[in-house]
Write a protein that binds this ligand. Structure first.
Ligand code: AMP
Ligand code: MG
Length: 406
């Protein structure tokens, strides 16, 4: 085996994801909530439609509805009434007749086609048609969007604004969703000071919880923030124990490597178990996964970029599975390296990049400045990850690079 600076014995990222997904079991408890409160929640049962959408044949245009065969060899029909959306024409349209019809109005009995207003003229109670329509012209058929009995959204779907509209369109005001996950968040480190307070000698501001809390908000979770805990084994153990008994998932950041003040692994050995704690990912090699009491546990590295990247790449699949969603790997796109991209074989590297199109329309990508694991601006000002495979080395100018846009 080639010894690199990245040391052997690291779990490849795909194996880490596979191991975690195998170990994590979806939450099954569900609750009934108002549709309007369901954005971002995960559907617990299939939504089936009791109706056709649209419920009736209706007009796609403002114009005139008639029987299209009446316009063979004839261009003039008698105007006998009006249909508006929500106010149907309740009689039958007879041969030789037509009605004025507005978009969304039900096509009355007898009529089968619509000609848009712009292709007609009216005169003395008659309509002169300048277009001979085909059968069914400008008619939206009943059930053309959704048929009665059809599953419109499957269980395990995370609800987006478009799904909310789709569910509303079949008339449901309440739906069954998986209950929110309880996620505990713990920052560890003697040096960590909350923003807003003065910094003492050797201290830094705690920033990871701000990013992690914000990232968590895009999932169906309730966050239990256990704050900053000092590098003291007893304090840490007490907080970990509490988090493990209250939460479905506990995330800690910091203290997960092999320094003198890194107690996470020891505590997990006492209170639960560690499945793995070194992943071949850069940034973020020390990433622990295991069980803490009844909760799943992910120990994120303390370096700000590492905690952010490991959350997105490694915690996201866990959250998806726990919340009943199907795990969907983030899609990659291919761009060409605009400059040399430095990379050492040994770990999959999630460098922060900027992608753009050049004058010829070609998609290019370049690293966004320094890539150190403490340099948070490398993420904040970037627009994608450049995903560099574990075993590859430098990427030369013009070579393909997989990117994950933010
Ligand atoms: P650790 O993983 O505890 O060895 O921390 C690695 C580096 O990340 C150290 O420079 C820490 O000061 C820094 N760090 C750890 N936790 C945080 C945090 N919550 N916010 C900002 N920086 C942190
Ligand atoms: Mg620390």
């Amino acid at each position: 085996m080639i010894e690199t600076c990245d040391s052997p014995g690291l779990l490849p990222i795909q194996s880490a994801i596979y191991t975690m997904l195998k170990q994590v079991h979806p939450i099954l408890e569900s609750e009934q909530i108002e549709l309007e409160d369901s954005l971002g929640r995960v559907l617990a049962v299939d939504v089936e439609s009791n109706i056709n959408v649209p419920p009736n044949d209706n007009s796609a245009m403002d114009g005139y509805a008639m029987r299209c065969e009446d316009l063979i060899g004839n261009n003039t029909l008698q105007l006998v009434g009006t249909a508006l959306a929500g106010a149907p024409f309740r009689q039958k349209v007879l041969p030789g007749q037509c009605i004025r019809i507005m978009t969304g109005a039900v096509i009355p009995q007898g009529a089968d086609s619509v000609v848009m207003q712009e292709n007609t003229e009216t005169k003395d109670g008659f309509v002169i048609f300048k277009q001979i329509p085909e059968f069914g012209n400008s008619v939206r058929k009943a059930g053309e969007d959704i048929q009665q009995g059809m599953v419109v959204v499957t269980k395990g779907t995370k609800l987006t604004p478009a799904y909310l509209a789709l569910i509303a369109s079949v008339g449901m005001a309440e739906i069954s969703v998986i209950r929110n996950l309880k996620v505990g968040l713990i920052a560890t480190g003697d040096e960590l000071t909350p923003p807003g307070q003065a910094l003492t000698d050797g201290a830094i501001y705690e920033s990871n919880r701000y990013a992690l809390t914000a990232l968590l908000k895009t999932f169906p979770v309730v966050v239990f923030d256990f704050g900053i805990v000092k590098d003291n084994k007893d304090d840490l153990k007490a907080v970990f124990e509490q988090a493990g008994s209250h939460c479905d998932l506990v995330l800690s950041c910091g203290g997960v490597s092999v320094g003198d003040a890194d107690y996470v692994k020891e505590i997990l050995d006492d209170l639960g178990s560690i499945n793995f704690w070194k992943v071949a990912i850069k940034p973020g090699k020390p990433f622990a996964f295991g069980q803490l009491g009844k909760a799943c546990f992910c120990g994120l590295p303390g370096n700000p970029v590492s905690s952010y990247v490991t959350f997105e790449q490694l915690v996201t699949p866990v959250l998806q599975k726990l919340s009943g969603q199907t795990y969907r790997p983030t899609p990659h796109f291919v761009a060409k390296a605009a400059c040399l991209i430095k990379k050492r074989p040994g770990r999959a590297d999630y460098q922060r990049g900027i992608f753009y199109r050049d004058g010829q329309g070609e998609l290019l990508v370049k690293p966004n400045g320094k890539q150190g694991s403490g340099i948070m601006s490398s993420i904040a000002n970037a627009n994608c990850y450049m995903v560099l495979e574990q075993d590859t080395g430098d990427v030369q100018v013009g070579e393909n690079v997989n990117i994950q846009p933010f």
